[in-house]
Design a protein around this ligand. Structure first.
Ligand SMILES: NC(=O)c1ccc[n+]([C@@H]2O[C@H](COP(=O)([O-])OP(=O)(O)OC[C@H]3O[C@@H](n4cnc5c(N)ncnc54)[C@H](OP(=O)(O)O)[C@@H]3O)[C@@H](O)[C@H]2O)c1
Length: 326
């Protein structure tokens, strides 16, 4: 009999890869707002569920038949989340809670409490944006930074969510990722697809040279999850590029892989630019150090390896001569 994993957020850019490539010996059931079968994904069953409704989530989880649960659901638009912030140093909303608070801070706690009650293994997906970017890349044991104007509201709410999961007494794990790319999915973009589109359409912004990032190749998340689920391993894990880069470094490698020009890229400094109040803070020295997943024999790809594989994912042969030099 295969074990069953319940996936929340199955239609997400990261979770849809896991659902499409479930671990050997596991079947997938899902719950959420959108039926993943409407996106061409195959699952054993789907339950319609508004994940921002506490009573509905708790009621559903109490009746759920599964051996483990993975939560990819979140509010992820960082600048959109920022609009829900009321006070930069507050750890809770001072006004009406918005969807960032509900999905990123509250939902993980509801699920962790119900999974603890059920004795079911729970893996929660989190982000390097829980850190203030003072000295990244960060090792797994680093706790989320306290709320401040250096941490976006997205990061604050995700930090509260992962802390709630980790402090649960049930079997649970937190898996942090950083700038995921490599799973082109309808209606969703990512770091690589955004840069490619902006370059093609001649609307590329100046690229930060001083922001440390460790982009995550999405298929590596599915590989790591398979190992974590098989062992019910209860630690904090990072899946990210072992080679640190910057948005400029990533873009340069990406465009070069297609034979495009890179000598005309404009650069900028995240640390020294005056912050646009309409944009949320981003960690300057961000990114994730990867150590724990190595113990599970999982070796996340460097961003250069991911970029080479992206050409295959997109169905574009790796032939610089085949792409137009700009
Ligand atoms: N994107 C990034 O750059 C990034 C970076 C680091 C970490 N992460 C983390 O990785 C995980 C996955 O992120 P992602 O970018 O793949 O997510 P995403 O593409 O933005 O998808 C979000 C998911 O949450 C679901 N959802 C949102 N509100 C819901 C509601 N009220 N009821 C039911 N479902 C709801 C969405 O369902 P619908 O399809 O119905 O909208 C979707 O499946 C998250 O934990 C995120 O914080 C993301």
């Amino acid at each position: 009999m295969p074990s069953t994993v319940l996936v929340l957020g199955a239609t997400s850019r990261v979770g849809s890869h896991f659902v499409a490539h479930p671990p050997a010996g596991w079947s997938v059931v899902t719950a959420g707002r959108t039926d993943p079968r409407s996106r061409g994904l195959t699952v054993d069953s789907h339950a319609s569920l508004d994940l921002s409704d506490e009573a509905a989530v708790r009621g559903f989880l109490r009746g759920a038949k599964a051996d483990a649960c993975v939560n990819f659901a979140a509010r992820t638009d960082v600048d959109g989340c920022e609009k829900e912030r009321s006070d930069p140093s507050a750890a809770r909303p001072t006004g009406l809670p918005g969807s960032a608070w509900t999905l990123n801070a509250e939902l993980p706690r509801w699920v962790a409490e119900e999974e603890e009650r059920a004795g079911r293994f729970f893996v929660h997906i989190s982000t390097d944006y829980v850190f203030d970017g003072a000295h990244g890349p960060y090792p797994e044991a680093t706790p989320p930074s306290p709320p401040s104007e250096k941490v976006s509201w997205y990061g604050v709410t995700k930090g509260i969510g992962e802390s709630a999961v980790f402090s649960s007494k049930g079997p649970r794990s937190v898996l942090r990722i950083s700038h995921p790319y490599g799973n082109p999915s309808p209606g969703r973009t990512d770091l690589a697809l955004t840069l490619l589109a902006q370059r093609r359409e001649d609307r590329l912004h100046p690229l930060y040279v001083d922001q440390r990032i460790t982009p995550t190749w999405i298929p590596d998340v599915s590989t790591a999850l398979a190992a974590i689920l098989d062992l019910s391993s209860t630690r904090i894990y990072h899946v990210a590029s072992p080679e640190v880069t910057s948005p400029y470094g990533f873009a340069k490698a990406l465009f070069a892989s297609r034979g495009w020009r890179t000598d005309d890229l404009r650069t900028a400094s995240l640390a020294s630019q005056a912050r646009d109040p309409a944009r949320a803070a981003r960690p300057v020295l961000g990114g994730l150090l990867v150590r724990e997943v190595h113990k599970l024999d999982v070796r996340p790809r460097s961003f250069r390896e991911g970029i080479r594989e992206l050409l295959d994912v997109e169905g574009v042969p790796f032939s610089p001569a085949a792409v137009r030099a700009r």
